[in-house]
Design a protein around this ligand. Structure first.
Ligand SMILES: NC(=O)c1ccc[n+]([C@@H]2O[C@H](COP(=O)([O-])OP(=O)(O)OC[C@H]3O[C@@H](n4cnc5c(N)ncnc54)[C@H](O)[C@@H]3O)[C@@H](O)[C@H]2O)c1
Length: 341
C-alpha cells in the first residue's frame, strides 16, 4: 500500500526550515520565473471569493493552484486570505495563508504548511527582483510605502537586490509602525532607514519607490515620481493611472493574471483600451535575460505585481525539502487504509 503521509509544518517549523533566508527565497523566485518563461509552469489566474462582493469586500479567500514542471515537478495550491477587520485587530495578521503540496503522479498530498510567511517573503522577493532589473544603476535612495508585514520583507529584499542603497525612507500613515521596523533593522540593513509619514516628499527624493499599503484609493500622483526613477506597486489601488501612463516602460509579474484584477492600474488601462500585452514586459523575460529591463538612466519605469501561486508552491517545496532533511514537522495521515480504492 502506498503510504498517505503528510508532513504538517506550522509557522515555527517553516521558520526553522529556513524561510527567513531572503537569499534562498530570491533564488527560488528567480527559478519560478525562469520556468514560467519556459512554459514549464501551469499557473491559472487566482479565483477570488470576495465577501460580501468584489467591490465592497471586507475579507476574501483566493484559490491559487499551480503545477511546477521542469526539474521540480510538484503540484499545489495556496489558499490565501485577507481581512480588513484584522488590520484593526491586534494579535492577528492581515493576511493568513495555507499551502498544500501534492505529488503530481500519485496526486497524494504530502505537505500542508503555513503559507502566511511564505507570502510575505515571496511578495517582497518579487519587488526586489523588479528592483534588481529596473532600478537606476547605483541607486542610493529608496522609499518604501507601507510598513506592515510586506514592508518588513521589502526591507529584507532590497537589502539583497539593491545593495547600493544608502537611505531607505520607510513611510506609513502610522509613524509608530515605521519607527518600530526601522529599529528592528538597525545594524542588519546596509542602508539607513528613516521613518516618515510624508510619503510624497520622501518619494520625490527617491530613485526607487516600492508600495505595499492597504490603501483603498489611489494616492500616488505622477509628480511623486522623479524622472529616471522606478515605481514598483505591490498592492492594488495606490497609484493613479497617470503614473502608469507617464512610464517609459511597464513591467508586470504575469500579464494573464494581472488583467483579471480590476484594482490594478494596469488592468484598468487594459480595460480602457490604453494598454495591451505587447506594451508590457513580464518579469520572466527579465529573469531569462530576454529583455534588459532598464535601458537608460532617464527612463521612468513602472512595475506591478499581483502575486503568483507558483511562487508559493516552489518556496513551500523548498521548505518541505529542508524540513525533511532536518527532521522537522508533524506527521499526519490522510487515511490508515483507503476505504474505496
Ligand atoms: N502582490 C502580491 O503578491 C501581494 C501579496 C501579499 C500582499 N499584497 C498586498 O500588500 C499590501 C500590504 O499587506 P500587509 O500584509 O503588509 O498589510 P499590513 O496591514 O501589515 O500593512 C499595510 C500598511 O499600509 C499602511 N497604509 C495604508 N494606507 C497607507 C497610505 N495611504 N500611505 C502609507 N501607508 C499606508 C498601513 O498603515 C499598514 O501599516 C496589501 O494591500 C496586500 O493586498 C500583495
Amino acid at each position: 500500500m502506498i503510504p498517505s503521509e503528510i508532513l504538517f509544518l506550522k509557522q515555527e517549523d517553516v521558520i526553522k526550515a529556513g524561510l527567513l533566508d531572503m537569499k534562498q527565497i530570491l533564488s527560488a523566485c528567480e527559478k519560478t520565473y525562469e520556468l514560467l518563461g519556459k512554459n514549464e509552469i501551469i499557473n491559472h489566474p487566482k479565483v477570488s471569493t470576495r465577501i460580501p462582493d468584489p467591490v465592497n469586500w471586507t475579507s476574501f479567500f483566493n484559490s491559487m493552484p499551480a503545477y511546477i514542471g521542469g526539474d521540480v515537478k510538484v503540484g499545489g495550491i495556496k489558499w490565501a486570505s485577507e481581512s480588513k477587520q484584522n488590520a484593526l485587530t491586534p494579535g492577528i495578521p492581515y493576511g493568513i495563508d495555507i499551502t498544500i503540496l501534492s505529488d503530481p503522479d500519485t496526486v497524494l498530498p504530502f505537505c500542508i504548511l503555513d503559507g502566511t510567511l511564505i507570502t510575505a517573503m515571496r511578495t517582497s522577493a518579487v519587488s526586489g527582483l523588479f528592483a534588481k532589473y529596473t532600478a537606476p544603476k547605483n541607486a542610493k535612495v529608496a522609499t518604501l510605502i507601507g510598513a506592515g508585514v510586506i514592508g518588513r520583507t521589502a526591507i529584507m529584499s532590497v537589502n539583497e537586490t539593491v545593495p547600493t542603497l544608502e537611505t531607505i525612507y520607510l513611510c506609513d500613515l502610522d509613524l509608530s509602525k515605521a519607527e518600530a521596523l526601522a529599529k528592528e533593522f538597525e545594524g542588519s540593513c546596509k542602508a539607513k532607514i528613516i521613518p516618515s509619514t510624508d510619503s510624497k516628499s520622501c518619494a520625490q527624493k527617491s530613485e526607487l519607490i516600492i508600495t505595499q499599503t492597504t490603501a483603498s484609493k489611489p494616492f500616488i500622483q505622477p509628480d511623486w515620481i522623479l524622472r529616471g526613477a522606478t515605481c514598483i506597486q505591490m498592492a492594488s489601488n495606490e497609484v493613479e493611472l497617470d503614473v502608469v501612463r507617464q512610464a517609459d516602460q511597464v513591467f508586470v509579474d504575469y500579464w494573464k493574471q494581472i488583467i483579471t484584477n480590476p484594482g490594478k492600474a494596469v488592468a484598468q488601462l487594459h480595460s480602457a483600451g490604453e494598454l495591451e500585452e505587447s506594451d508590457v514586459v513580464e518579469l520572466a523575460q527579465l529573469v531569462l535575460g530576454n529583455h534588459p529591463g532598464r535601458k537608460s538612466a532617464d527612463e521612468t519605469l513602472y512595475c506591478s505585481s499581483m502575486g503568483l501561486g507558483a511562487l508559493d508552491i516552489m518556496i513551500g517545496y523548498t521548505i518541505y525539502q529542508n524540513a525533511k532533511k532536518m527532521g522537522i514537522g508533524t506527521k499526519l495521515a490522510l487515511w490508515d487504509s483507503p476505504l474505496w480504492e
